[in-house]
Design a protein around this ligand. Sequence first.
Ligand code: BTN
Length: 225
Amino acid sequence: MNIIKFETIDSTNKYCKENNENLPSFSFVISKFQSEGKGRNNRVWTANSGENLLFSLIIKENNLLENFSFLSIGAACIVAEYLESLGVMNVEVKWPNDVYIDGKKVCGILLEGNVEKYIVIGIGINVNQKEFLGEYRVEPTSVCIELNRDISIDDFSINLFEKIERTLRDSNLKQKFIGYVNSHNYLYGKYVNVRGNIGKVTGISNNGYLLVDDIEIVSGEVTIL
Ligand code: BTN
């Protein structure tokens, strides 16, 4: 495991993409603050300085690059399972890759890269932030709010990084993730609209895609109706 730490950076995802040729697989790039944190669908990811875990991981193993859709949902499962191991209750995964606690968002994940060569998994977890000012599409929460105590970000991050590397190197990855999502699926039973496909979420397919009325939806923003 290779860990690179910054006090401040524009975006850890951007750093990994720009330096992809020089970074070994399973490099973790972490920063206390991001001036241009990127969210999904061209949104921004804002987080108070020093209070949260903001990092990106670069992956180059072929067997993982071939399973892009699994990496996306898989990263969310790893974070969710990790939060449960710390005693957080009511943790769920929202396809394709958010982690919710009691219906509030605690973690967002952004995958980028060039699947021929590398994938960057960017993860933002609200850890010690207690106040969220401004507009959010989904109400945010943090680990600290849920556990009612401050968390050591150093311990939290190193244990999570080890769990991520251990899990992603495990060959039973797919079945493990499908099982986990199907028992922690925030969208299960909800009526949704995904790019005009309207219906009830019936699960996650064996390919890691969302099932809306048992039809696989490969990608798209999910709106709950
Ligand atoms: C989302 O929109 O839910 C995804 C948010 C992903 C944010 C993380 S923070 C670390 C990494 N660097 C970025 O610029 N974005 C990701």
